[in-house]
Design a binder for this molecule. Structure first.
Ligand code: PAF
Length: 294
């Protein structure tokens, strides 16, 4: 039995352990818990190891809805062979406490067996937008991500679902999936949360040592410098990308530094209000992404 199944079994005993927050581990229990919620439901899907970025999504969901559901599931199908599935930080007890304190109504922590069957039919990322940038570097990642988000939205039936802009391509593809499949959920994009030095918060930051954390600041610095050039009047997308590449030399490996429009199409000129600058780079053994919406 995988370690995750053992942990989830352990937490099954927490089901309804509190008057005000239910922790459910099966799809049946989630359906029942969902049926008991009145009014609008805000949903925050996560892979756990919750940080201030997740908390800002949960708080916004609580502000804009009558009830909040959070899912915590490290989804195996969105990890590629050789990626960090086994090492991905898991802090279930702390996550439950954070949700409890934030006033979440239902936490869903399923096992893999609850979420997947053998020989499934699949949701696929679109052939173009799903296979550039993150999709090109991590082919298949978005198929797995969309597959699990589709399942979670169908189970949770939220009024609104909250996604961080940090995973900008994920956000675009989830928004497209909701449109394509006529799902009755509004996807709400939420601002990136950064630490005091500018590093975009991510569960994967837990892998960075102090020296790497300093070098990881190159990502936000690259975006800041590029944004400053745009504010000073530069509109040539290639020159803006060159600014970002130069700063990213401080990382161990640059994967991309691009300016695209909000539909992830290639652009020649920066158009204010319709551009995203995106960077991806490795610092040590950690792959980091960041972006800014111009
Ligand atoms: O952004 C994430 O944490 C994951 O991709 C998500 C949306 C929870 C799906 O597993």
């Amino acid at each position: 039995m995988r370690i995750w199944d053992t942990i989830a079994k352990k937490f099954a005993t927490f089901v309804e352990r509190k008057d005000f927050m239910k922790v459910v581990t099966t799809t049946d229990a989630l359906r029942k818990a969902r049926a008991s919620l009145d009014g609008s439901v805000g949903f925050v899907p996560t892979m756990g190891a919750l940080h201030a970025g997740h908390l800002s999504l949960i708080r916004r969901a609580a502000e804009e809805n009558d009830c909040v559901v959070v899912s915590i599931f490290v989804n195996p199908t969105q990890f590629l062979e050789g990626e960090d599935l086994d090492a991905y930080p898991r802090r279930e007890e702390a996550d439950i406490a954070i949700c409890d304190k934030a006033g979440v109504d239902v936490v869903f922590m399923p096992t893999i067996a609850q979420m997947y069957e053998a020989d499934e039919l699949a949701v696929s990322a679109p052939a173009k937008r799903g296979y550039i940038l993150e999709g090109a570097k991590r082919p298949g990642h978005f198929d797995g991500m969309l597959q699990i988000v589709m399942k979670l939205l169908n189970l949770t039936k939220p009024t609104r679902a909250y996604f961080g802009k940090k995973d900008a391509q994920q956000l675009a593809l989830v928004t497209q999936m909701v449109r394509t499949y006529f799902l009755d959920t509004q996807i709400v994009p939420c601002d990136i949360v950064r630490d005091e030095k500018g590093l975009a918060l991510s569960s994967r930051n837990a892998y960075l040592n102090e020296e790497e954390k300093e070098r990881a600041l190159a990502l936000s610095r690259a975006l800041r410098l590029a944004s400053e050039r745009i504010v000073s009047g530069e509109r040539n997308a290639r020159r803006i990308e060159a600014v970002m590449y130069e700063v990213l030399e401080e990382t161990d490996k640059i994967e991309y530094a691009v300016a695209v429009d909000r539909d992830f199409r290639a652009i020649e000129e920066i158009e204010i209000g319709n551009t995203i600058l995106l960077v991806a780079a490795w610092v040590g053994k950690t792959r980091l992404i960041d972006n800014v919406w111009v």
